[in-house]
Design a protein around this ligand. Structure first.
Ligand code: BDR
Ligand code: CA
Length: 312
C-alpha cells in the first residue's frame, strides 16, 4: 500500500480524488489537508469535512493556508459554484478536524513515519511550499509529489496558465525547484480524463448512497465545463493524480525540465517545459503527456460502485 496525504481545495474533482483514494486497496490515505483555491479556506475546509463524512472516512483532516504565499486569492466559482461543491447537498460535517495547521500536520506525519510518504497536492501548492520552507530537511521523507497542476500545451485560467499553478506561482516555483521527485499531472492529460455525460448518467442511475450525491455534483461540473470550454463531460483533473499513484501506467510521462513563471503578469504561473532540451537545465519533473482514458474512467466508476456497496 502506498502511504499518501492529499492536500486539496474541494472542488468537485478534488472530491473524486479523495473518493478514489478511499476506495482503493492500494492506497493508505493518511490524511487530508486543505488549502484555499477553488473557494475560500473556510469553504474548502468545510467541503473536505463533508466529503469525508459522506464516505465515513475517519482520517485526520487539517486546515491550511487561506491565501497564497504572496498574492491575493483567486477562486473558481464558475466551475465549482459559490459553495465550491455546488450540485448536491452533502451531509453536515460529522468528523472532528485536527487542531493543528496543515503544514505542521504534514511535517509531523513525515517525521514520524518510518517509510517515505507520497504527497498528492490537488490545489494551489501553498501548503506544500510552506512545508519545504519550514523544514527543508523533511524533503528526504517525501517519496514523491504527484501533483495536479500546470500543463505543457494546455491552459485554462489564462492563455498561459493552469489554475492551481496560477493561483500561487511562487509556491509552485519552490516546489518545482525543491529537488523532490515530482510527477506533474497537468491539463495535457487531465483535460482528457473526461467522464462523458453518458458515463455520468450511469452514475446517476446507480442511485446508491454515494452515487446519488456524486452524480448530480458531476453533472454540475460537466455543465460548467461544457459552457466554458465546450467539453463533452467533466474532466476529473485531480483524481487522475491519485490514479497515477494507484497505477502509474494510467499516464505516460517524460522526465523534463520545468520552470514556473512568476515575473510576468501575462504568463503568470505558466509551467515552461523544455521538451526539446533547448536549455542545459537538468530534468526535474516527470511530465504526464499521455493518458489511458478508458482505464481512468473505469477506475472512477468502479470506486463509486465500491463505495455504494460499502454503504448499501
Ligand atoms: C484544477 O483547478 C481546480 O479548479 C480543479 O480542482 C483542479 O485542481 C484544474 O485546473
Ligand atoms: Ca483542485
Amino acid at each position: 500500500m502506498t502511504r499518501i496525504i492529499i492536500d486539496c481545495d474541494p472542488g468537485h474533482d478534488d472530491m473524486m480524488a479523495i473518493m478514489l483514494a478511499s476506495a482503493s486497496d492500494k492506497i493508505d490515505l493518511l490524511g487530508v489537508t486543505t488549502v484555499a483555491g477553488n473557494q475560500t479556506g473556510d469553504k474548502t475546509f468545510e467541503n473536505a469535512l463533508r466529503i469525508l463524512t459522506l464516505i465515513k472516512e475517519e482520517i485526520p483532516v487539517a486546515r491550511g493556508a487561506d491565501k497564497p504565499l504572496l498574492r491575493e486569492l483567486v477562486t473558481a466559482p464558475e466551475f465549482h459554484g459559490q459553495s465550491g461543491l455546488d450540485g448536491a447537498e452533502l451531509p453536515e460535517p460529522g468528523i472532528k478536524p485536527l487542531h493543528i495547521d496543515a503544514v505542521d500536520f504534514i511535517i509531523d506525519m513525515l517525521e514520524e513515519s518510518l517509510e517515505k510518504i507520497v504527497l498528492v497536492p490537488t490545489g494551489p501548492l501553498t501548503n506544500i511550499a510552506m512545508v519545504l520552507l519550514k523544514n527543508p530537511d523533511i524533503k528526504h521523507k517525501i517519496e514523491r509529489i504527484v501533483l495536479m497542476g500546470g500543463g505543457m500545451h494546455d491552459s485554462n485560467v489564462t492563455p498561459a496558465a493552469e489554475f492551481n499553478i496560477y493561483v500561487d506561482p511562487e509556491a509552485a516555483k519552490i516546489v518545482f525547484g525543491s529537488g523532490v521527485p515530482i510527477t506533474m499531472v497537468g491539463l495535457d492529460v487531465t483535460n482528457r480524463a473526461l467522464m462523458s455525460f453518458e458515463e455520468i448518467e450511469g452514475i446517476v442511475a446507480d442511485n446508491g448512497v454515494i452515487s446519488s450525491k456524486v452524480g448530480p455534483l458531476l453533472k454540475f461540473f460537466a455543465n460548467a465545463n461544457k459552457k466554458i470550454f465546450g467539453l463533452n463531460g467533466a474532466p476529473i483533473h485531480d483524481a487522475l493524480a491519485v490514479a497515477a499513484v494507484i497505477d502509474p501506467t494510467v499516464v505516460e510521462t517524460k522526465f523534463l525540465n520545468v520552470q514556473v513563471e512568476v515575473s510576468s503578469e501575462l504568463t503568470r504561473g505558466a509551467t515552461v517545459v523544455d521538451i526539446y532540451g533547448a536549455t542545459s537545465n537538468s530534468p526535474n519533473v516527470d511530465v504526464a503527456l499521455e493518458v489511458d482514458t478508458p482505464k481512468f474512467v473505469h477506475f472512477m466508476v468502479d470506486s463509486i460502485r465500491k463505495l455504494d456497496k460499502k454503504f448499501a
